[in-house]
Design a protein around this ligand. Structure first.
Ligand SMILES: Nc1ncnc2c1ncn2[C@@H]1O[C@H](COP(=O)(O)OP(=O)(O)OP(=O)(O)O)[C@@H](O)[C@H]1O
Ligand SMILES: CC(C)(CO)[C@@H](O)C(=O)[O-]
Ligand code: BAL
Length: 281
């Protein structure tokens, strides 16, 4: 496994593989890897013959007062995990290499980034699309894999790729969960043992909404209220948003008359966690 830390070297490697006719699979991450990330890498491996993983905590997607500085980092541990999985190249650039002096170009997707995390974290998706567009130009992948845990991010990337005719296939991977249902996230490390117990309420809230849909409930506010009621059982939980939205456009929906996504963001202590479930009418 090769570790590359400059843009130029990564582009050379990608060009070489492309000349050889290799299919490049790509998994962008912010590191501090868990089983969710590894599942994305296995998926990329199945769909390509060379796998690149980027490890880059992207400053432009964090707002003031967010956790950029304290975001967990452990590149040595990450490298061990990726080597045992058969990743070919790890691209781990510095902030200065990705955002050199004078940087002033951004990529922005409009409608789909407005609600949910876009409303709560202004500028977040502009940072995500800018860095992902740049990573695509550096890694030159044929296929890139993203997790459905970051559901709005996945829709945003799909929109960007379609609108700008980027020649990359975007693959979504289902959410990987802990045995008690908690969606795996690097930020779970922020949870105290007691908060960790409460954090399972997020997936339980989604499971309750899914159960109600199975039982015939179609009223959006009833589904959201049921989810909120479960989250209210956690004394350390503060809801950031809990909303039912159109699963494709993220427009508001009053009734589940087409596929919807119940999207949650909640602080559990200091940790802001997200989770979602796609609900079929
Ligand atoms: N539990 C999971 N299941 C599936 N995909 C996941 C999961 N967690 C993260 N991913 C995906 O991994 C990629 C990299 O995400 P990232 O490095 O931000 O990890 P993370 O654990 O989501 O971190 P955090 O939520 O704390 O920022 C994204 O495409 C994300 O959707
Ligand atoms: C896609 C991504 C690596 C861009 O920094 C990040 O938003 C993430 O880890 O989901
Ligand atoms: N997984 C999304 C990265 C972030 O929260 O900034």
């Amino acid at each position: 496994m090769r570790v590359i830390d400059t843009v130029g070297e990564m582009q050379q490697q990608a060009n070489l593989w492309r000349r050889e006719g290799r299919v490049i699979g790509f998994v962008p991450t912010m590191g501090y890897l868990h089983e969710g990330h590894l599942a994305l890498m296995r998926c990329a491996k199945e769909k390509s013959d060379r796998v690149v993983v980027s490890v880059f905590v992207n400053p432009t997607q964090f707002g003031p007062g967010e956790d950029f500085e304290r975001y967990p980092r452990d590149l040595d541990r990450d490298l061990g995990l990726m080597a045992s999985l058969g990743v070919d190249v790890v691209f781990a650039p510095s902030v200065e290499n990705m955002y050199p002096q004078g940087f002033q170009t951004y990529v922005e997707v409009l409608e789909v980034t407005r609600p949910l995390c876009g409303a709560k974290r202004p500028g977040h998706f502009r940072g995500v699309t800018t860095v992902v567009a740049k990573l695509f130009h550096i890694v030159k992948p044929h296929v890139a894999v993203f997790g459905e845990k970051d559901y709005q991010q996945l829709l945003t990337i799909r929109r960007m790729v379609q609108d700008l005719a980027m020649d990359v296939e975007i693959v979504g991977h289902p959410i990987v969960r802990e045995p008690d249902g908690l969606a795996m996230s690097s930020r779970n490390v922020y949870l105290s043992p007691d908060e960790r117990k409460q954090a399972r309420l997020l997936s339980q809230a989604l499971a309750e909404a899914s159960r109600l849909v199975e039982a015939g409930e179609r009223d959006g506010s009833a589904l959201v209220s049921a989810a909120r009621k479960i989250l209210a059982q956690g004394p350390s939980i503060r809801i950031d948003y809990a909303e039912l939205r159109d699963a494709e456009t993220l427009e508001k929906m009053g009734a589940l008359d087409r596929p919807g996504v119940l999207a949650l963001a909640a602080y559990v202590g200091q940790a802001r966690l997200i989770d979602n479930a796609v609900l079929q009418p």
